[in-house]
Ligand binder design. Structure first.
Ligand SMILES: [Zn+2]
Length: 256
């Protein structure tokens, strides 16, 4: 990927509701601290997972969560126990990566890891999963006990939404190509059920056809005579708005 695209993708991921981003430039674009966990390369450089976890714990700043990567050399369950016994109360979480490359039922592996940590008194240790995730797998693994997810490709290479721009008025005169409705329009959205109603621009707002709530106009001027006339929201504010809307949806409603 072109490096210039990373901050744009990270920004889009962040305002789309993800909690954090890992690239330095992306974090800068969004205005947050970058987040990440240890790579397999660290474990391999030490040729010993316990030594790698201990070295990470020794040198990293105290505010950095201690998340041990637990799938490098042995079974995830065994390495999770080893990490908990090595770092004890300092361990914040374990990360299981590349689940698709493993045989067996990954949800079952998660349940086993959770069980083995809990039974040893490590109920506070979180389980993180990364690699090959999409919204369907996130739902299954979330139900199995995963606390956090690292998602890359499914976000950066997400399905595109088709849209087109059409001329529907010329200097105030109605016009349109075949199959398109002429005239400037306004989109009225229900803040409760998110249903959209498209009406001629000058028509007054209508109640939501689904729930009867008051609808709000979506199209507002951003630029007028070359000047930005709208107050542009910060990434954090856009993210909060998105999360508030996502709260009204469920994965079951997503059709693709
Ligand atoms: Zn509604």
């Amino acid at each position: 990927m072109h490096p210039a695209l990373c901050p744009m993708l990270d920004r889009a991921a962040y305002i789309g509701g993800l909690d954090g981003v890992s690239s330095l430039k992306g974090a800068e674009a969004v205005g947050v601290e970058p987040k990440g966990t240890m790579p397999h390369a660290l474990i391999i450089a030490f040729e010993d997972q316990v030594k790698a976890w201990e070295a990470f714990d020794e040198v990293m700043a105290p505010e950095v969560p201690r998340i041990a990567l637990v799938d490098t050399y042995s079974d995830e369950k065994m390495e999770a126990i080893m990490a908990a016994e090595a770092l004890k109360d300092r361990l914040d979480g374990v990360r299981l990566d590349t689940p698709r490359s493993r045989k067996g039922d990954f949800a079952e592996i998660i349940r086993e890891v959770r069980w083995e940590l809990d039974i040893r008194g490590y109920q506070d240790v979180k389980i993180l999963v990364s690699g090959g995730l999409n919204e369907g797998r996130v739902r299954i693994l979330s139900e199995a006990g995963v606390d956090a997810f690292g998602v890359g490709t499914a976000v950066s290479d997400a399905p595109t939404l088709n849209f087109a721009m059409d001329i529907v008025e010329l200097e105030g005169r109605l016009t349109a190509k075949r199959g398109k409705l002429g005239g400037k329009k306004q989109v009225w959205r229900c803040p409760e059920c998110l249903a959209d109603t498209v009406l001629p621009f000058k028509a007054s707002s209508q109640k939501c056809p689904i729930c009867g709530n008051k609808t709000e106009p979506m199209l507002k001027p951003l630029v007028k005579d070359g000047e930005i006339v709208a107050e542009l929201l910060k990434p954090k504010e856009i993210r909060e708005y998105v999360l508030q809307q996502i709260g009204k949806l469920s994965l079951k409603n997503i059709s693709h």
